[in-house]
Design a protein around this ligand. Structure first.
Ligand SMILES: C[S@@+](CC[C@H](N)C(=O)[O-])C[C@H]1O[C@@H](n2cnc3c(N)ncnc32)[C@H](O)[C@@H]1O
Length: 264
């Protein structure tokens, strides 16, 4: 009973420490300081602080708080720029429907990125062919792209490996729907499931391909170690697994990003 309660507390504290929530706390605390300055300064000095000073104060305050909260370095410029972006957007005086449409689009595209810390950004044909070349050719395979985005990888692999079962799983509704439509239009054998790859049993697959983010890699490795069968293959584009040596590290294209692979 005591153990269950502490597990629950741990889960709650993990949720409260989500970077997006810490970033929000940082903006709120900074807003408190900025509003205090906006009231106290005119009373003390007899002059109002100009809007740009308040915006700068808000951004700098939020960036400093983010540093104190130990958020990853890329949050600092975002926190700094956020109030400025708000001011610019407000000055454009766009109709509110534009914001609603933009919000809905981002919601359907990014969905639970605030939790997974894996936003959508696509790989490309070069990566797809490199993955194709790494697939064992001596038998039919079950291959899955975890976080399949708009389905490019799975569609390509299904086309090139008709002997195999190729699946893409995607948590965000918009990319998932687009990949289903693309598969239907092309009469592709690729299957697209909507859901969270954490719910899958990786033991059902011979090859797991991931293009996720640094934040997702440690938990992915835990899952791979617990579930993937011996003889199967994990591939990850761009992001290595911290402190786990890969057996495959193939450079892709001009950017020099690497396709990593681990034989299990
Ligand atoms: C960087 S994109 C890669 C897209 C695609 N695999 C490609 O190579 O173009 C990562 C995708 O993973 C999805 N994703 C993130 N976490 C997920 C999860 N737990 N389960 C399923 N999909 C997830 C995101 O919505 C996003 O579309």
């Amino acid at each position: 009973m005591v153990r269950e309660a502490s597990g629950e507390q741990r889960r709650l504290s993990r949720k409260l420490r989500l970077p997006i929530l810490l970033a929000l706390w940082a903006q709120c605390l900074s807003l408190f300081i900025t509003l205090t300055a906006a009231v106290v300064f005119p009373a003390a000095a007899g002059v109002d602080l100009p809007a740009w000073v308040l915006v700068l104060l808000q951004g700098v305050g939020a960036a400093v708080m983010s540093r104190l909260f130990k958020l990853a370095p890329w949050w600092l410029p975002m926190q700094l720029a956020f109030p400025l972006a708000l001011l610019l957007a407000w000055s454009l005086q766009l109709p509110s429907t534009v914001y609603l449409a933009a919000f809905l689009f981002c919601l359907l595209l990014y969905w639970t990125t605030f939790r997974t810390q894996v936003p959508f950004y696509p790989s490309g044909p070069l990566v797809w062919s490199m993955v194709e070349e790494l697939l064992p050719r001596d038998r039919p395979l079950r291959v899955i792209d975890i976080g399949s985005g708009f389905g490019g990888m799975a569609l390509r692999l299904a086309e090139r490996r008709p002997d195999s079962t190729v699946i893409g799983i995607e948590v965000a509704p918009l990319p998932w729907l687009c990949s289903r439509l693309r598969a239907a239009c092309r009469h592709s054998g690729a299957q697209f499931w909507r859901g969270d790859y954490h719910e899958l049993d990786f033991g059902d697959f011979d090859v797991v391909f991931a293009y996720l983010s640094p934040a997702a890699m440690p938990a992915l490795w835990e899952k791979v170690r617990a579930e993937m069968r011996s003889g199967s293959l994990l591939l990850s584009y761009e992001f290595p697994i911290p402190e786990v040596q890969s057996q495959i590290a193939n450079r892709c294209g001009k950017r020099g990003t690497i396709l990593y692979g681990w034989h299990i």
